[in-house]
Design a protein around this ligand. Structure first.
Ligand SMILES: [Fe+2]
Ligand SMILES: [Fe+2]
Length: 406
């Protein structure tokens, strides 16, 4: 490949790399619920975050190169074909291998691009290449525990000739499943394993394990699956930023699951020691529109969760559980962003109309039968940080007229 000599050439190369990342995101999101093993599920979920971070950086550069709404295109017939064929893969480890192979091909292509950029005329693309290369290297490092090194092969999807008459925008459309799979060791039961208030529960090792097991199996993994499902179902019809936000959350929730697993094992527990209810996932399914689904997960579930984290951190402190305290402090930092995603995208979906926003929340509350706020005192600072409006905090959470004292 010769030095990239025009804006158009750089844009086309970035566009095609973006097309592959976008196709990979849809595939990864559809595959997440089909994988029962939590370790593999988690790593595929984190992969969505890596792919989306790279795509976001590429999209920014394509916009700078004056394509205001980046439309990722491929000019090689081989690329869509490889993704279509991947839809037939059913074995989880084969899915993992495919993701590794495509990521390896992307890394190779980025290196080719790096060698051919005009570093004077096109210097900002150099930073794009450095960033994407580093993201892919990190992503592939994560996989070394799951996929054998000799399976990290370049699928050579970028090897075929470029034919501009073949430009295609259509990414793969994988179907997904309605009930995410779980490992055999994890049994579903209607019983709530949290059988005491948190401050009582955490006084015994068994109680601590119950608490962490609940977070790991009931909350974190399901939250990631919900966001992946939002990308699968709504990504193609929403602005690109929606996919980036949901992908960030998929990655965060999967990281939270890893953190919970680490703590669970530290306290002598393991996955399957207790049952799970599948409550978070089933509540999400009760939403009839994207706005309602976001209300159920990001506004009601995670919004009430924000107040609960503040209360839990003080309980951990009192009981001297410093590892749980640290865990929750980092969770809290991520959860404010997740609630903000809910606030931003519901507002977008209701044309920034506050009364329509409230209607969505009220309908979601009715469908899942929970209270707003939850049982913990409303943490006004956290709620504001999570982009809940002052008006919403007063009207719906504090249930009193808006005053100046907030
Ligand atoms: Fe989380
Ligand atoms: Fe979250």
């Amino acid at each position: 490949m010769e030095t990239l000599k025009s804006v158009e050439t750089t844009r086309n190369r970035l566009s095609e790399i973006g097309f592959v990342f976008k196709s990979l995101i849809y595939l990864e999101c559809a595959w997440i619920p089909t994988i029962a093993d939590f370790d593999v599920k988690v790593i595929v979920g984190e992969g969505v975050g890596y792919s989306a971070q790279a795509l976001e950086i590429i999209a920014v550069r394509i916009r700078e190169l004056n394509e205001l709404e980046p439309s990722f295109k491929t000019y090689r017939s081989e690329i869509p074909k490889v993704f279509e064929e991947a839809l037939n893969i059913s074995d989880p480890l084969e899915k993992a291998c495919f993701i590794c192979q495509i990521s390896t091909s992307l890394l190779q292509e980025i290196k080719v691009l790096e060698e051919n950029i005009d570093t004077l005329f096109d210097q900002p693309t150099v930073w794009v290449v450095y960033s994407v290369k580093s993201i892919l290297e990190h992503k592939l490092r994560e996989w070394t525990d799951i996929v054998e090194h000799d399976r990290f092969i370049d699928k050579k999807i970028f090897a075929g000739p470029i034919d501009h008459t073949l430009a295609t925008l259509e990414t793969v459309k994988p179907t997904t499943i309605d009930q995410p799979l779980r490992p055999d060791c994890l049994i579903q039961s209607p019983q709530n394993i949290l059988d005491k208030p948190t401050n009582e529960l955490l006084k015994s090792k068994d109680g601590i394990c119950r608490f962490i097991h609940f977070i790991y199996s009931e909350i974190e993994v399901s939250a990631a699956e919900i966001c992946a499902r939002n990308i699968s179902d709504f990504g193609p019809v929403m602005p690109l930023q929606f996919t980036f936000d949901m992908a960030r959350q998929v990655m965060d929730e999967m990281r939270h699951a890893k953190m919970a697993k680490k703590l669970l094992y530290k306290y002598g527990g393991e996955l399957g020691d207790f049952t799970y209810r599948n409550h978070v996932w089933n509540s999400y399914l009760l939403g009839d529109s994207l706005a309602e689904k976001l209300a159920i997960e990001q506004i009601i579930g995670e919004g009430n969760g924000l107040d609960t984290t503040a209360l839990s951190i003080s309980i951990f402190d009192e009981l001297g559980l410093s590892d749980l305290k640290t865990y929750y402090e980092f969770l809290q930092a991520d959860e404010t962003i997740h609630c903000a995603f809910g606030n931003r995208w519901i507002s977008y979906l209701v044309d920034y109309d506050q009364s329509k926003f409230d209607d969505v929340i009220d309908q979601a509350i009715e469908k899942i039968g929970v209270s707003l706020p939850g049982f913990a005192p409303v943490d006004i600072d956290l709620r504001l940080n999570a982009e809940f409006s002052k008006e919403f905090i007063y009207r719906k959470l504090l249930k009193k007229p808006l005053t100046e004292s907030i």
